[in-house]
Design a protein around this ligand. Structure first.
Ligand code: 13P
Length: 242
């Protein structure tokens, strides 16, 4: 396993938290972020304003709950730890209190497939977890359940969690979840919108994978749909672009 560049990860965490607040999906010291770092993980400290946060303020934790650093780790370290331990498919966990996602979460409303982009979270719904007190093991258990086969969930009367293979990917997904929640909240006063059936959502999911659609572009551009000139050049003349 290649050694993680811990200093670079710490810098990226600070930048990602600042971007999270600048994007409007979080405010104040709400929310938190963690990322896998070798056999341990890095996590934001509790209650420290993001514009004051420095890379050296980031806390390092072991999966046994021990920590190193000059602050207390985020009060939500349990769900960060448990998600990173259980979900080997992801490396970053972002939690925020975005307004529209939380508007649904205060009513314990999961999002059905009212829009095809629901598939970006990995399934036909974005679930809302049951309520549990912040910072507790009960909240972590509820979050893991709602995240079963998903990369995002709402947290009952609390906020949302988005997962990614990178921090940028987790932030990108959190913004998508918030956008979907905003659409759903705005559609609801006109009546419960019709839902795309599982067969259609299966086609959407397959199409997304085939076209790398609904995925944040990889840092190296490998899934960037705007770039595959070589593939297009190899395509037979007259063959329509996918
Ligand atoms: P921390 O500042 O302890 O990370 O808590 C913020 C929060 O959003 C709790 O759910």
């Amino acid at each position: 396993m290649t050694q993680p560049d811990e200093r670079a990860l710490r810098r990226e965490m600070v930048e990602t938290c600042r971007r999270m607040n600048a994007s409007g999906i979080n405010q104040g010291t709400a929310g938190n972020l963690s990322v896998r770092c070798g056999k341990e993980f890095l996590i934001t400290p509790s209650s420290l304003p993001y514009d004051e946060m420095k890379p050296s303020d980031i806390m390092k934790m072991g999966y046994d709950g021990t920590f190193e650093g000059k602050h207390r780790p985020s009060s939500e370290w349990r769900f960060h730890r448990d998600i990173l331990r259980e979900r080997q498919d992801i490396s970053a966990v972002l939690h925020c209190h975005s307004v529209y996602a939380t508007t649904l979460a205060v009513h314990h409303r999961s999002m059905p497939a009212f829009h095809y982009m629901i598939a970006v979270a990995g399934g036909t719904t974005i679930r809302c977890s049951r309520y549990a007190t912040f910072g507790t093991q009960a909240l972590s258990d509820a979050a893991l359940e709602a995240l079963q086969d998903r990369r995002a969930c709402l947290l009952g009367q609390h906020g949302q969690i988005a997962l990614g293979t990178t921090m940028a990917g987790a932030l990108w997904l959190a913004v998508e979840v918030e956008t979907l929640a905003r659409m759903y909240v705005q559609a609801l006063p006109l009546g419960e919108p019709p839902v795309l059936d599982d067969a259609e959502m299966g086609r959407v999911s397959a199409q997304m994978q085939r076209m790398s659609y609904g995925q944040m572009p990889d840092a190296d551009g490998t899934n960037d749909m705007a770039r595959p000139k070589a593939a297009m050049a190899r395509a037979k003349p007259g063959k329509p672009a996918r």
